[in-house]
Design a protein around this ligand. Structure first.
Ligand code: AMP
Ligand code: GLY
Length: 423
């Protein structure tokens, strides 16, 4: 089988690694890819935000399956164009991708499907924002309605900070909307559900670290590290989320004539009042993919093709017994204005360590070697028999890497015994 994977971040390098080792994969193309994907696949220059260009490239190269990594091409209609060209595609239509593209739309679907989530008000003026904040009280949760690469959300107890974020969102052109939500208290879990329009197959839960600094301080980011499995998670959580959240949403989307094919990423909070959806994404999470896929024993390409073809029902998903931890090495300034072009050394030394591999997220190869080219630069992954062993390996790998001005969290997958699920 010939596969075209779209994207250029850490998630795509992790996906490429898994797809490349599947025996059914004869050829793997990654567009545009990065220096990491180039080690396991052939990179292809392509404007992946252009649906017609992607469909034409997939047709010209005789591709059997297109796998879409990031959300932006999905929201732009890339899956629709590829499907219209008669090629199997893993990723939802533009209409179904609105589950991530619009937080207000996601709230509407959750209400129709009876899915538990935070109470919310959709606001178009600062006056409405103020009223909603008064309604819910502190801490305030204020979200940009549209796509914002994980950085459109502010959670704060300072009303001025909350209002300033709302004002910045409402200042955008178009018809900007802001979602103000009830604060959800409790540990967060990311669960990826593979969907074929009708059936749902869950992958293993992972936990992401959203804040920039140790102790969950600092601004929200795209994610600074992750681990899987989650030893503290209650038995039955995955089955419960599939039954009460993923299946009802997939049924609702099918009933509307916009079936959901791809990953329904359920971002969850385990609160005292039960599981609540924090957000949906319509693609694999980054960096959670980097710790979920190394544990997957079922070949990935076959699973994604079954979802694209609507034959997931027979899928059998198996897991290894070990654990994986990833630590993100971020560029100077991330998640604000980042500095690019700093030389990176030590990747080979890190990868020479047992149970360590390095995923490229924002790198570029120049005549002088590897340099930084993005906010999240590398994801160092450690694998081991349990989370503690995997964590030790991930940090041993990080210690080998040099990147001027970089920062990483030192508490990824630490102190898991302190995580409690409220009763
Ligand atoms: P989102 O983009 O909606 O996933 O939000 C990013 C992060 O903000 C989440 O992973 C949470 O850590 C935090 N967050 C979002 N919504 C809420 C909420 N209602 N209550 C508490 N934290 C939230
Ligand atoms: N790690 C969070 C996300 O992928 O949205």
């Amino acid at each position: 089988m010939k596969i075209l994977l779209l994207g250029s971040g850490g998630r795509e390098h992790a996906l490429a690694r898994a797809l490349a080792r599947d025996p059914v994969t004869d050829e793997l193309l990654v567009a545009p890819g990065n220096p990491g994907t180039a080690t396991v696949a052939t990179n292809l220059p392509l404007d992946i935000a252009d649906p017609a260009a992607v469909a034409a490239a997939a047709t010209a190269r005789g591709v059997d399956l297109v796998v879409v990594g990031p959300e932006a091409p999905l929201v732009a209609g890339v899956a629709d164009a590829v499907a219209a060209a008669g090629i199997a595609v893993f990723g939802p239509s533009a209409e179904a991708a609105r589950l991530e593209g619009s937080k207000a739309f996601a709230k509407e679907i959750m209400a129709l499907a009876g899915v538990p989530t935070a109470m919310a008000h959709v606001c178009t003026t600062l006056g409405e924002v103020r009223a909603a904040m008064d309604d819910f009280g502190a801490p305030y949760v204020v979200k940009d309605d549209g796509l914002a690469a994980g950085k459109g959300v502010v959670v704060t107890s300072d009303p001025e900070v909350a209002l300033a974020h709302a004002a910045a969102c409402l200042d955008r052109p178009g018809e900007p909307r802001v979602v103000v939500e009830e604060y959800l208290d409790g540990p967060e879990v990311s669960l990826f559900c593979v969907c074929d329009g009708t059936d749902v197959v869950p992958l293993a839960p992972a936990q992401d670290y959203k804040r920039a600094l140790d102790g969950d301080a600092g601004p929200n980011t795209g994610g600074m590290g992750a681990y899987s499995p989650l030893p503290w998670v209650p038995d039955g959580l995955t089955a419960d989320v599939v039954d009460r959240i993923a299946r009802p949403v997939v049924r609702e989307m099918a009933a509307r004539g916009t079936p959901f094919v791809g990953i329904l990423y359920c971002g969850l909070a385990l609160t005292a009042r039960g599981v609540r959806v924090v957000e949906f994404n319509v693609r694999f999470g980054d960096p959670e993919t980097q710790v979920v896929l190394p544990r997957l024993r079922t070949p990935l390409a076959g699973l994604l093709l079954a979802a694209a073809r609507g034959t997931l029902r027979d899928a059998d998903v198996r897991w290894g017994t070990g654990a994986a931890v990833t630590v993100v090495v971020a560029a100077h300034g991330y998640p604000g204005t980042v500095r690019s072009g700093d030389p990176i050394t030590g990747v080979e030394r890190a990868e020479a360590l047992e149970g360590v591999h390095v995923i490229h997220a924002g790198t570029r190869r120049t005549g002088d070697g590897l340099v930084s080219a993005g906010g999240r630069v590398l994801c160092v992954v450690g694998e081991g028999d349990d989370v503690a062993a995997a964590r030790a390996r991930a940090y041993a790998g990080v210690a080998e890497i040099s990147l001027a001005g970089s920062h990483h969290r030192s508490d990824i997958a630490a102190r898991l015994e302190a995580i409690t699920v409220p009763e």
